[in-house]
Design a protein around this ligand. Structure first.
Ligand code: T4K
Length: 402
């Protein structure tokens, strides 16, 4: 056990909280960084007492990793939630590693992967870290997901895969991407934002060669850090499982160059709790989403994001778009002064970030326009109507004063 005074450095805040709240804890309560209530992406816990109880059992079990009971139950829970009996689920330590493993599992020859630039940097990093070359392209102005028209322009003999992102949980053009699979191009969906979303009654995460979810603390389904890869390909799932565990099988065999991307039992326990409250979490978010829309009506400088027809969204984010970057930035700063912490997901777009912009100057007008005008307002399951009223009143007041 690490000495007491270094514990906070090694343990994420919620584990520390659990340790401190266990009966006769040797760890004194400590000051932890408290996320502001009105922030984008705060995790909710409906029943912290039950979480503490389970944590105690977990500690007593002395089984904390390597695909124990919690991981297996979490994987089963995910499969049941997605209502697809043929789906294989492999949990991983986070969504970024999930994308990397998915890309590596196909053993591609060196080549290109087409990806939107309007995404979190992890989508593109995962391609580079898998030894492949990202080809960042523009999005469709209506869905904000990767544009099939632009994909077609970039497909060539070096194209190994596409990595469409279900941005804000909005679905990509599934029909088009399914058609690519018959052209020897693998389709790996980045479904980091999309757990619990359905298009025409079918869950996202059940399409393509595979999909990758993120269960980071800021996601509707969360376990602190975590993720899952879903696929209908049984052999692929087996391989992903091996790759996530060094590539070893049994005590004496290692036939694959794997890594350690296993989800721990502690994280899976959080995930199981989060899954148990997910319907309530989504319902609350959708109610607040509706209220946001009603209360922002009539503010000419703002437009709310519209999801695809037939989509049952999950309330992962509440993105709004401004007429221009100046108003967006002024509002972002002024909201902070009122302790309202919005986020500019995704600004700058990935191709504009130093690590990529230095190597390759690309011009993606729709992406750049969306990135310069977007703001994701606070939305999570512990907020209430009064919070939305306060935020929207503040927005009106600030915009009037600009
Ligand atoms: N693909 C896409 C499309 C993604 O969006 C992401 C991740 C990935 C792939 C990769 O998945 P992971 O490897 O992360 O599983 C956050 C998240 O860390 C990241 O998961 C997410 N997307 C990205 C869009 O947002 P930051 O740097 O903005 O997080 P941070 O720490 O600034 O937190 C955001 C807000 O949430 C703050 O207002 C505070 C609040 N918060 C945060 C944490 C960590 C809490 O209230 N509690 C917490 O525990 O990246």
């Amino acid at each position: 056990m690490p000495p007491r005074n270094v514990l906070p450095i090694y343990f994420p805040a919620h584990f520390l909280y659990l340790l401190q709240t266990m009966p006769n804890s040797p760890y004194p309560p400590m000051q932890t960084v408290r996320p502001n209530h009105l922030a984008t992406g705060v995790p909710s816990f409906q029943n912290p007492a039950k979480l503490v109880e389970d944590f105690k059992k977990l500690v007593e079990s002395r089984w904390l990793s390597n695909r124990g009971t919690y991981v297996q139950n979490f994987e089963k829970g995910i499969k049941d939630y997605l209502e697809d009996p043929e789906l294989q689920v492999v949990t991983v330590a986070n969504g970024t590693l999930g994308l990397e493993l998915a890309l590596r599992a196909f053993d591609f020859e060196p080549g290109e992967v087409i990806v939107p630039s309007y995404t979190f940097v992890a989508s593109v990093h995962s391609i580079v870290n898998s030894g492949l070359t990202p080809v960042m392209i523009d999005i469709d102005p209506n869905t904000l997901c990767i544009s099939p028209v632009e994909v077609e322009k970039k497909i060539n003999s070096k194209t190994r895969a596409v990595l469409p992102v279900h941005v804000y949980g909005n679905a990509c053009d599934l029909e088009y991407f399914e058609s690519l699979r018959s052209r020897n191009i693998k389709v790996i969906y980045d479904a980091a934002h999309a757990f619990g979303v359905k298009l025409n009654g079918v869950a996202l995460g059940t399409h393509g060669d595979c999909s990758v979810f993120s269960f980071h603390a800021t996601k509707v389904l969360n376990c602190g850090e975590g993720g899952a890869i879903t696929t209908h390909d049984h052999d692929l799932a087996q391989k992903l499982c091996l790759l996530s565990s060094f590539g070893t099988s049994g005590e004496t065999e290692c036939n694959l160059l794997g890594t350690n991307a296993k989800l721990s039992e502690v994280h899976a326990m959080f995930g199981i709790h989060s899954l148990g409250q997910l319907n309530d979490e989504i319902q609350t978010r959708l109610t607040l989403d509706k209220l946001y829309r009603e209360r922002l009506k009539g503010i000419n400088q703002i437009s709310c994001f519209s999801y695809r027809e037939g989509l049952k969204q999950n309330g992962q984010y509440f993105p709004i778009f401004f007429e221009n970057q100046n108003i967006r930035d002024a509002l972002y700063n002024a909201l902070k002064l009122k302790n309202i912490y919005s986020r500019k997901y995704f600004y700058p777009a990935v191709h504009q970030l130093g690590v990529y912009a230095k190597k390759n100057k690309t011009n993606l007008p729709i992406t750049e326009s969306a990135a310069s005008r977007v703001l994701c307002l606070p939305l999570h399951g512990s907020m209430n109507n009064a919070d939305i009223e306060f935020i929207t009143d503040s927005i009106r007041e600030i915009i009037k004063s600009l």
